[in-house]
Design a protein around this ligand. Sequence first.
Ligand SMILES: Cc1cc2nc3c(=O)[nH]c(=O)nc-3n(C[C@H](O)[C@H](O)[C@H](O)COP(=O)(O)OP(=O)(O)OC[C@H]3O[C@@H](n4cnc5c(N)ncnc54)[C@H](O)[C@@H]3O)c2cc1C
Length: 443
Amino acid sequence: MKVVIVGGGAGGISTASNIRKLNKEIEITVITRDDKVAYSPCAIPYVLSGTIKSFDDIVMRTPEDYKNKNIDVIVEAEVTAVDADKKTLTYEKGGKEISMDWDKLVLATGGNPFVPPMQGVDLEGVFRIRNINDGIKVKEAMKEAESAIVTGAGLIGIEIAYALKKQGLKVILSEMLPQIVPRSLDKDMSDILVKYLEQEGIQVVLGKPITKLIGDGKVEKACFGDEEIYDADMVIMATGVRAELELAQMAGCEIGRWAIMVNDRMETSVEDVYALGDCVESKDLILGSNTISQLGTTAVRQSKTLARTICDKKSKFNPVLNSMVSKVGKLEFGAVGYTTSFAQQNRIRPVVQKVEALTRARYYPNAKPMDIKVICDGNGTIIGCQIIAEERVAERIDTMTLAITEGLTCFDLSNMEFAYAPPVSMVTDPLILAVEEVSKKFN
Ligand SMILES: Cc1cc2nc3c(=O)[nH]c(=O)nc-3n(C[C@H](O)[C@H](O)[C@H](O)COP(=O)(O)OP(=O)(O)OC[C@H]3O[C@@H](n4cnc5c(N)ncnc54)[C@H](O)[C@@H]3O)c2cc1C
């Protein structure tokens, strides 16, 4: 059997490796337009900030390494056509057009940065960050730049803004909505982050979209409306990611509201065509509706399911909660499940509590403040959690992911046993404090 995978990012390359772990015979080819595979885009901001020394450090394997696993990786090749009836595809490499047949086709084509249409986005000095080469270009441009505007204050935007600031640039982080990280955090939680970013010297501009970029060949200024104009030697557009759907459309795959429709075995609507990663829709665990989960963790988990599907083994990809965590400077922030406003938009009346706790026992040196917000539905079932602190955020987000996945209520969690020692927690864990407080709202 011959499996051809289009895309050598987290989804594609992990699928190849996972198939190989299950089956030594299947012929596997990965075709990707990039010149590198098996690197972590998630690490790009930390190379830009100088925390990780070089882009070479984030490339974990080369095409040669995959050859040793009997996986053929074709780099700098663009798949331009797919015929799902004839089970063929065409790719272009080095000016040549090459055809290839397949028994099973995997579309791991990821996404492209979404750039709102506006004057000046094609000027020199305006960047999108999707892959390692984008990162390299930004690092190069930073050497000459004194000021930067990062627009779009989701995870990537915030991480990049902090990285540029750390490298000594004057940075504005702009967001058209009235808050940062709008998908994962409530406004009051995001305000804690804004305060920290401002303390670090980043100017945060909220509730104003950039309307145009101005420059003579190279970007010089960004305008917010007609009046507010800021200088910028470089502009980073971190305004979202849109699924890359062209090949899926060519193959006749059903496309949903945002991306390719797949079932829980990662099968598309076309026989023997599969898809995963940033180019597919996932099921939302709480509502059961379709959602988009453009996370490296999701792509890697899906690759395990898909490898089992292709190897004819029992497989199932579970619905997602989009749990996330990030770290800027000394502050970690994470979230899982619904925000208050997302719950309201979906006709859930949220019962919400925010508490302030500590990351260690009150008397233990260097105990840090921890802000936790828990969101329940009208029955007390936990549907969301947001945490900001200088340490120990990720493990608590993971605990809450488990709690939500298991359908636990705040009452269930209040009675749970948590490990404790003064250097690592409070005798009553901050999560317990939060769920005890929200439980009181049901009495
Ligand atoms: C700066 C940054 C930071 C991030 N941080 C995090 C994080 O902290 N945590 C987290 O979970 N996620 C993070 N992510 C998201 C994560 O990187 C993505 O969700 C993940 O890479 C998706 O994997 P993918 O394989 O679906 O897509 P991609 O990694 O985008 O790979 C798609 C590949 O397909 C190729 N391709 C597309 N079309 C064709 C074609 N026609 N022919 C040939 N090749 C093609 C592309 O060139 C690309 O190599 C971050 C992303 C970025 C950019």
